[in-house]
Design a protein around this ligand. Structure first.
Ligand SMILES: [Zn+2]
Ligand SMILES: [Zn+2]
Ligand SMILES: [Zn+2]
Length: 143
């Protein structure tokens, strides 16, 4: 299931409720559009796709809303190529590992492997939840 991520409205709404935030039309349109994307995409590609759907957002709105969803843990940013994808794993007790293929630029998130990277449970340091580890390599098709 390379890069094909779907998120349902219930999950989005319950996350917003949990954080006391509102799921505005703008926020919903942006996360839904990203969720329908087959791979991680840049903010500008997302903007272009939304424009095709008839949404006239500007790029600063896109970035602001992406940050909003990242903070809530529903979207991940892939730092190495500045793209975004919807989180495919709702656990909070482990890192979220993203497999980034440098051949075809697909990104896959797998809970199975992520589970091995538990967040440290210590008194002296409390890590933020939903942190991402990016692993770069080649997928089955590219290797
Ligand atoms: Zn995730
Ligand atoms: Zn590949
Ligand atoms: Zn998980």
């Amino acid at each position: 299931m390379w890069g094909w991520l779907v998120i349902d409205t219930d999950k989005i709404l319950s996350k917003c409720a949990q954080f006391g935030k509102s799921a505005t039309q703008q926020r919903m349109a942006i996360i839904k559009e990203l969720s329908g994307s087959k791979n991680s995409i840049s903010a500008y590609d997302l903007l272009a796709q939304l424009k095709k759907q008839g949404h006239a957002f500007n790029i600063s709105t896109i970035y602001r809303v992406l940050d909003f969803w990242i903070e809530l843990g529903l979207i991940h940013k892939i730092e190495s190529n500045n793209t975004y994808l919807v989180c495919n794993d709702s656990h909070h007790n482990h890192f979220h590992v993203l497999f980034h293929c440098l051949g075809c630029e697909t990104v896959e998130e797998s809970c199975k492997l992520s589970k091995q990277a538990m967040l440290p449970n210590m008194q002296s340091f409390k890590p933020k939840e939903n942190q991402v580890i990016e692993l770069q390599g080649l997928c089955k098709n590219c290797s």
